[in-house]
Design a protein around this ligand. Structure first.
Ligand SMILES: Cc1cc2nc3c(=O)[nH]c(=O)nc-3n(C[C@H](O)[C@H](O)[C@H](O)COP(=O)(O)O)c2cc1C
Length: 208
């Protein structure tokens, strides 16, 4: 497979001052273009304390100027790595575009996790309880037993937020917007904080 990227370009006069607004614009473009992928699916890369990287897809559930939030199990491999080494990278593969975000992470408040958990479908709320030890070995029988027991327990009751489940927020310290172009001469624009206490960002072009 070798696609020729001809859909667009990223010129300096199209850049918005805020990388958050730029992200928002590209996210809405991607949603409009309705690719087969979920536009909010992103690769989350983490690194263990002994410097071994790992990556997996998670869904972006909220973003604003405070950061980019996803939800997961706090016993999982990713959460262990984020606890040991609280830095992450997010990568979005969009239509002939890529966005990279890097930054420090923090757990979101219990109130925020609770508010999000309440919006999940009942089956997904139970799913969070079923997978209490996400990333640990389990048999099919144990999984099925857990599911049957928990479905019965919460048959006609609200499902509480599991203590081992919640959100992480990636607080960006760098963004990169990549627009694929013909002949592999792509546009790459990197945003970094201005370091002048104004909460503003500057950008520079990177060689493709
Ligand atoms: C499209 C897609 C969306 C996913 N969304 C999430 C998510 O939001 N949270 C999550 O914990 N796992 C999600 N997963 C599963 C993860 O990729 C991964 O299998 C799981 O979180 C365990 O990862 P870990 O062992 O590295 O912690 C998703 C997988 C796919 C393919």
């Amino acid at each position: 497979m070798r696609e020729d990227y001809k859909m667009g370009h990223l010129e300096e006069d199209e850049l918005l001052d805020s990388p958050f607004k730029m992200f928002d614009l590209w996210m809405s473009n991607e949603i409009q273009w309705k690719s087969d992928r979920e536009a909010n699916a992103m690769t989350l890369s983490t690194c263990s304390i002994d410097l071994k990287p790992s990556a997996r897809i998670v869904l972006l559930k909220h973003y604003d100027e405070k950061g980019f939030v996803f939800y997961t199990n706090y016993n999982s491999r990713k959460s262990k790595e984020l606890t040991e080494n609280p830095y992450a990278a997010l990568t979005f593969l969009w239509t002939q575009r890529q966005v990279r975000i890097e930054g420090k992470v923090e757990k979101v408040s219990r109130e925020e996790s609770e508010a999000y958990f309440k919006t999940r479908p009942h089956a997904n709320q139970i799913g969070a309880w079923v997978s209490e030890f996400q990333s640990s070995e389990i048999t099919k029988e144990q999984m099925a037993d857990n599911q049957t027991r928990l479905e019965k327990l919460y048959e006609d009751k609200p499902v509480p937020l599991p203590p081992f489940w919640g959100g992480w927020r990636v607080i960006p310290s760098a963004f990169e917007f990549w627009q694929g172009k013909g002949g592999r001469v792509h546009d790459r624009i990197k945003y970094l904080p201005s370091n002048d206490n104004t909460n503003s960002w500057f950008h520079k072009r990177l060689s493709p």
